[in-house]
Structures are given as structure tokens and as C-alpha cells.
Design a binder for this molecule. Sequence first.
Ligand SMILES: Cc1cc2nc3c(=O)[nH]c(=O)nc-3n(C[C@H](O)[C@H](O)[C@H](O)COP(=O)(O)OP(=O)(O)OC[C@H]3O[C@@H](n4cnc5c(N)ncnc54)[C@H](O)[C@@H]3O)c2cc1C
Length: 347
Amino acid sequence: MPQGANTGLVGTSIPDETGTQVVISFDRMKEVFNVDIENRSLRVSAGFHLSEVNERLSEQGLHFPIDFGSDPQIGGMIATNTGGGRFLRYGDVRRHVLGLDIVTAIGELAPLGGPVRKANIGTDWKQLAIGSGADFGIITQAVLNLEPIARQQSAALVVPPNNAAIFPLLQALKQMAGPMLSAFEFMSQNAMNAAFDHVPTLHNPFADGTVPQIALLIELTHPNQPVPWEIDLDEVLQQILMTMWENGDVAIKDALFGRPDDMWALRHALSEDVRTAGKLYAFDLGFRRPDVLAFRRAIQDELPDFAPRITICDFGHVGDSGLHFNLAGSYETHSDEFEQGLGDWVV
Ligand SMILES: Cc1cc2nc3c(=O)[nH]c(=O)nc-3n(C[C@H](O)[C@H](O)[C@H](O)COP(=O)(O)OP(=O)(O)OC[C@H]3O[C@@H](n4cnc5c(N)ncnc54)[C@H](O)[C@@H]3O)c2cc1C
């Protein structure tokens, strides 16, 4: 089985215990790295890590705009159609793959698509290979769309009073900030506590260190196209939130401003650090937008009856209705509850 950087959270690049599977590593598949500045595209070997790609591209002011807390390989990202924290702005990997080379199970090289953007000569076969693991073959190279690096970035941690205030806030931000809105991330108190407990160096920005029930990481980035005037994005974000708050259009309990990198450090720490909250049932869920918070509410209401000592440690890309929904309990004292009660329930 192909194995990229092995950052997948569902174990599909890890061989089973039969001893009959072979791992194909892409660590040394790094011969091709051809940037086409005019076409704003990159032909790249599957074994490059995302961080390597973006480091090499930074000199050109370009990047592959899928961003999240791990460092996968390009082949693995395409095989899993990765989303990420800026899905709201850039979409998923599928949206940025112009072409693919795959090697099929019978050893044939199949070039699917290429650097031409307006290519409507027939079926777009590469889409079959994106997000379907290695079902149609092994990905060896890709032609990727690149985006200019955002010139300005501003972020805030916004505390809504309750779940119901989240989507009105998102709608209002979309109206006021338009395409500058690049992230709208949800973090629950339990998930943030796990991160603060596990990483003592992580800055807790909340007043008196009191972590709220819910916090939203909201980010604006400057439009990609160069503009003839300069804008101060921190001012824009503060003004938008202040206007909403004063008008009473949406409910905001608190808003903290600071270095975007610090806020993203907290958000990115959650994926790894919820593992320290105990034994974990981890789900990566996607919803129709109105259903994501209704689902959360329903589980919050029902869970105590099934598994009173299990906590919900969730977080995610709620702006796109994606939720990393984690249920955590202690290994020692709660394993029966997990295996018998909750285990049957979630199955
Ligand atoms: C901290 C953290 C945060 C994350 N956040 C997100 C997130 O926000 N959004 C998201 O979508 N994912 C997220 N992930 C999941 C993960 O990073 C992605 O699934 C990743 O893109 C997988 O790439 P990889 O190179 O690690 O592949 P692997 O994990 O090695 O493999 C994943 C799958 O792809 C197949 N594969 C790998 N390389 C190839 C190839 N060259 N050809 C064909 N098949 C191949 C493997 O067989 C396997 O089925 C996160 C993971 C971590 C650890």
C-alpha cells in the first residue's frame, strides 16, 4: 500500500497485522519541481512534503493554499482530498489539482489532465483519482494550481454566548468581509483545555486563563490581487466586530486580538492534544451547514444517558460545516463504558 507522510488520521496507510502487505514509500520521489510562474502552476513529484513545496515557492510569492496542522506529502494530500483551515477561502485539494500522473495496478502510466486550465474536451478522469486513496493507481506527479501568498493577515478569537450565535456571526462576517474572510474555526472548551494542559508553553489568551465554552478563530487575509491603496487589516477586523457588537446584529461575548500565529498555534495543537484527553473515539464529520450544530446539540443532550463520564472534545472547520468530533474518556476507569456502552451506541 502507498504510504505518504503517514499523517492520515484513519490509518489507511498503515499495514494490517497479516504480514502480507507491502508499504510503498514516496520519501525519495522528489525529482520534479517545475514552477510555471506565468501559468501560476507547479509540476511536482508526489513525495514532496507540503512544507517543502511552500518553502521553495515563497521566494516567488506563491503557495499551495491548503493549510492545516500536519505536514503531509503531495501524493497523500491528493489521495485523501485534504481540506484544512482555509477551506472557506480556497476549498479542498480537488479544486487545485490541474493534472495527475498515476501508475495503475498493471503498471501503466496514465497522465490525467495537465497545466491547461480551460480543459473541457471530455471527462475529467483525474477527479476519480482524487480523494479515493490508491483505488485507481499510485500518484507519482501532479500539476497544482498556485495562489499568491496573502499580503496581510489579521485574526481574532471571538467568544459567542452560545451555539446559536455562531452561524449568524458567520453570515454577517461573510457579508461585511466578503472574500477577505479566510477562516472561521470552532474550538470547544474541552479541546482547548486538553491543549493547554498538554503544552504548557501554549499561550492561554483568555482573561484570568478562564477558557470559554466555545471560541471561534476568525481570520481575514488581504485580497490576493495587488490593490493601489493600503488597508490595515487589523483595523478592518476590529471595526467589523465592533460594528456588529454595537448594532446588536449578532451576539458576541468577547473578542481577543493578537498575533495570528499564536491563535493558529492553539488551533493546530488541538488535533494532537485531544489524544491526551484519554481514550478517543475520533470522527471527522461533514454536514449540510444547518445540521452541524444541531448534531452537536443532540449528542450533548443524549451522551450523559449513554456514557456519563465521556466528554466531547470537538473542534473544526465549522465555517464549512466540518467537525472533528472526538469523544474522550479515561483508559483506566472508563474503558468498560467505552467498549460496552458508547461503543455499541456509536456503531
Ligand atoms: C494534526 C493533524 C491535522 C490534520 N488536519 C486535517 C484537516 O484539517 N483536514 C484534512 O482533510 N485532513 C487533516 N489531517 C489528515 C492528514 O494530514 C491528511 O489526510 C493528509 O493529507 C494525508 O497525507 P499523507 O502524505 O500523510 O498520507 P498518508 O497518511 O501516508 O496516506 C493517506 C492515504 O493516502 C494514500 N496515499 C499516500 N500517498 C499516496 C500516493 N502517492 N498515491 C496514492 N495513494 C497515496 C495512502 O495509501 C492512504 O490511503 C490532519 C492530520 C493531522 C495529524
